[in-house]
Write a protein that binds this ligand. Structure first.
Ligand code: SF4
Ligand code: SF4
Length: 68
Protein backbone atom coordinates (compact mmCIF):
# COMPACT_ATOMS: atom_id res chain seq x y z
CA UNK A 1 0.00 0.00 0.00
CA UNK A 2 1.27 3.45 -0.85
CA UNK A 3 2.27 5.85 1.88
CA UNK A 4 0.78 9.24 1.05
CA UNK A 5 1.54 12.32 3.08
CA UNK A 6 0.42 15.92 2.83
CA UNK A 7 2.77 18.48 4.32
CA UNK A 8 0.66 20.90 6.32
CA UNK A 9 3.42 23.47 6.13
CA UNK A 10 3.08 23.59 2.31
CA UNK A 11 -0.57 22.74 1.57
CA UNK A 12 -2.75 25.80 1.02
CA UNK A 13 -6.03 23.92 0.81
CA UNK A 14 -6.77 24.46 -2.88
CA UNK A 15 -8.31 20.96 -3.16
CA UNK A 16 -6.84 20.39 -6.63
CA UNK A 17 -5.69 16.98 -5.42
CA UNK A 18 -9.29 15.90 -4.84
CA UNK A 19 -10.08 16.21 -8.54
CA UNK A 20 -6.59 15.20 -9.73
CA UNK A 21 -6.69 11.75 -8.16
CA UNK A 22 -8.43 9.18 -10.39
CA UNK A 23 -9.01 6.93 -7.38
CA UNK A 24 -10.57 9.54 -5.08
CA UNK A 25 -7.95 8.93 -2.42
CA UNK A 26 -8.28 12.44 -0.96
CA UNK A 27 -11.25 13.86 0.90
CA UNK A 28 -12.07 17.22 2.40
CA UNK A 29 -11.47 17.29 6.13
CA UNK A 30 -11.48 19.50 9.18
CA UNK A 31 -7.72 19.30 9.48
CA UNK A 32 -5.96 22.66 9.36
CA UNK A 33 -2.73 23.46 7.58
CA UNK A 34 -0.18 25.90 8.94
CA UNK A 35 -2.09 28.74 7.23
CA UNK A 36 -5.15 27.89 9.30
CA UNK A 37 -7.32 26.82 6.37
CA UNK A 38 -8.83 23.40 5.75
CA UNK A 39 -6.65 20.80 4.11
CA UNK A 40 -7.53 17.43 2.60
CA UNK A 41 -7.01 14.11 4.28
CA UNK A 42 -5.89 10.77 2.83
CA UNK A 43 -8.97 8.59 3.00
CA UNK A 44 -8.28 5.49 0.94
CA UNK A 45 -4.53 4.89 0.59
CA UNK A 46 -5.26 1.27 -0.36
CA UNK A 47 -6.88 2.56 -3.58
CA UNK A 48 -3.77 4.46 -4.70
CA UNK A 49 -2.24 3.23 -7.98
CA UNK A 50 0.88 5.41 -7.57
CA UNK A 51 0.19 7.36 -10.76
CA UNK A 52 1.64 10.45 -9.03
CA UNK A 53 -0.86 12.83 -10.61
CA UNK A 54 -1.42 14.38 -7.19
CA UNK A 55 2.29 15.05 -6.75
CA UNK A 56 2.51 16.59 -10.22
CA UNK A 57 -0.58 18.76 -9.96
CA UNK A 58 -0.27 20.02 -6.41
CA UNK A 59 0.87 23.62 -6.96
CA UNK A 60 2.69 23.69 -3.66
CA UNK A 61 4.57 20.40 -3.79
CA UNK A 62 2.84 19.36 -0.60
CA UNK A 63 2.13 15.73 -1.48
CA UNK A 64 4.57 12.88 -1.22
CA UNK A 65 3.68 9.40 -2.47
CA UNK A 66 5.90 6.50 -1.53
CA UNK A 67 5.21 3.18 -3.19
CA UNK A 68 5.58 1.24 -6.42
S1 SF4 B 1 -3.32 20.14 -4.25
FE1 SF4 B 1 -1.67 20.42 -2.77
S2 SF4 B 1 -1.98 22.48 -1.92
FE2 SF4 B 1 -3.90 21.87 -2.94
S3 SF4 B 1 -5.11 20.94 -1.28
FE3 SF4 B 1 -4.01 19.27 -2.31
S4 SF4 B 1 -2.12 19.01 -1.09
FE4 SF4 B 1 -3.00 21.00 -0.57
S1 SF4 C 1 -0.56 8.68 -6.78
FE1 SF4 C 1 -2.38 8.73 -8.15
S2 SF4 C 1 -3.82 7.28 -7.24
FE2 SF4 C 1 -2.27 7.73 -5.68
S3 SF4 C 1 -3.14 9.37 -4.45
FE3 SF4 C 1 -1.88 10.33 -6.06
S4 SF4 C 1 -3.27 10.74 -7.78
FE4 SF4 C 1 -4.29 9.30 -6.39
Amino acid sequence: MANITIDKACCKGCNICLSACPKKVFVKSKKRNNYGTSMPDVNKPESCVVCRMCERLCPDGAIDVEGE
